[in-house]
Design a protein around this ligand. Structure first.
Ligand SMILES: *Cc1c(COP(=O)(O)O)cnc(C)c1O
Length: 443
């Protein structure tokens, strides 16, 4: 039997009338951010109290709805750890960075990250409904002084208009769903005026922090901008409440395909069995697990980091063990701006010229006999090959497989291997003689 979905309210909110509790504006204006306020809901630990009293820490704010999901007696509650700061946030660690994904370097205009050939990340606000302690963008998020303004927005739209290769715009921030409804609508309208933008996506934790924001009115508005996709961010089954389920149901009925992105966090969700429960519970509310991220090397999140091996172990415990729809991809977002890299257990064990050896999730090892008479399709008569859209700058592995390129060299490869001017001698064939094997020559 599946665990029933529950609805919770911390005792201090028992007397709040339902109209207020269910009003997202009330939730936003009653967020908790001081030790004094939070103490009314939870018994703070020394480490939490110290962090809450420290100046200059990444912003703290929690909606009454979300803090109510915490078991106040449990200092290790998985919801608590995501939003209540601890003193360990102040610890530095090896390889810690402020902008670990080098997003700023990939921004042609402020707030627009163009890292991949056909899609962009558009940071539309720095504000969120509550603040995740491990935020990858804590360098800008939460800071009321770092908002994107109209001029930045016009520059972003202008860049998109003159960049026809962009067919997918991912709205993020901060959280796009905390924008004033009129602003969000204007933003979507302006994007939809650009003919080459095929899909718009929203990355939002508002449904999780404040499901009451997902009103029917909002869903009707979003539905005018289809095809529109939305990813939520749930890390633990305790976040899947009755309210979240209802909010997701409203979005699904509005035709918005829903996905989930989680971050693998020590002490929150670094357990195979918990992850299985999480992904199954997500599919029950019609949210498809999309990505499970390795924690970024961002300041303040050292205590949340797990070895990459933990993620591999989790993927091993999901694939095959539960519905394929419920299995996310485990992603390491490469530090330095390398982008998202999927990582998984090895299923391909070996190969010969006619067979591959593969294993399944149970450890059953089998062979797949390769065809002996395979004729590849003919790119000269294939209309997709003939009309393939150019991917500017993509001369990587695709270039090796698909183009005339033979190798990829690390930077300075030629200089390094030009030992004693070999390249120079190669060019001048008269001067160069191969060393005769065993000829006794010494130069
Ligand atoms: C994550 C991300 C995207 C979207 O990546 P998908 O794998 O298509 O979901 C796009 N741009 C940037 C900069 C990103 O970090």
């Amino acid at each position: 039997m599946p665990t029933p979905l529950v609805s919770k309210r911390a005792p201090i909110y028992a007397d709040v009338p339902d109209e207020k509790w269910n009003d997202w504006r009330w939730q936003l204006s009653h967020r908790l951010n001081t030790a004094e306020d939070i103490e009314k809901v939870l018994h703070l630990t020394e480490s939490e109290r110290k962090a809450l009293q420290t100046q200059g820490l990444f912003r703290v704010d929690v909606t009454p709805y979300f803090i109510s999901l915490i078991d106040p007696e449990d200092p290790n509650d998985p919801v608590r750890k995501q939003i209540i700061p601890v003193a360990e946030e102040m610890n530095a660690f090896t390889a810690m960075m402020e902008d670990s994904l080098a997003e700023d370097r990939h921004s042609p205009v402020p707030g627009l990250v163009h890292r991949y050939p056909d899609r962009v990340l558009m940071l539309v606000t720095t504000q969120c409904a509550s603040y995740c302690r491990y935020c990858t963008r804590s360098r800008i998020v939460g800071d009321p002084g770092q908002t994107f303004n109209r001029q930045d927005f016009e520059m972003q739209i202008d860049y998109l208009k003159r960049t026809p290769q962009v067919r997918d715009v991912l709205l993020s921030g901060g959280d796009p769903l905390v924008l004033a409804p009129k602003i969000l609508e204007e933003l979507l309208t302006r994007l939809r005026e650009i003919p080459h933008i095929e899909i718009v996506r929203i990355g939002s934790r508002v449904p999780v922090f404040m499901p009451m924001r997902i009103t029917q009115e909002l869903c009707d508005m979003l539905a005018r901008f289809h095809p529109l996709w939305l990813n939520i961010h749930v890390n633990h089954p305790n976040e899947i409440s009755l309210e979240l389920a209802e909010a997701c149901d409203r979005m699904s009925r509005a035709g918005i395909p829903l996905g989930n992105q989680s971050v693998l966090l020590a002490g929150v969700n670094d357990c195979v069995h918990m992850q299985r429960e999480l992904v199954q519970k997500l599919t029950r509310i019609r949210v498809r697990p999309y990505y499970l991220y390795q924690c970024d090397l961002v300041e303040g999140s050292g205590h949340f980091r797990t070895p990459v091996a933990k993620g591999i172990e989790i993927m091993e415990g999901l694939r095959g063990h539960t519905s394929g729809y419920a299995v996310p991809q485990f992603i390491v977002d490469a530090p330095g701006g390398g982008g998202k890299i999927p990582v998984m257990p090895n299923y391909l064990l070996s190969m010969s010229d006619h067979k591959v050896i593969v294993r399944n999730y149970e450890g059953y090892v089998t062979t797949y006999e390769e065809p002996t008479e395979y004729k590849s399709h003919d790119p000269k008569t294939c209309k997709f090959c003939q009309s393939k859209r150019p991917e500017p700058g993509q001369t990587g592995l695709t270039g090796l497989l698909d183009g005339d390129q033979m190798f990829i060299k690390p930077e300075h490869f030629d200089e390094l291997h030009n030992r004693d001017g070999i390249q120079h001698r190669l060019k001048d064939e008269n001067k160069w003689k191969p060393l005769g094997i065993g000829s006794g020559e010494t130069d």
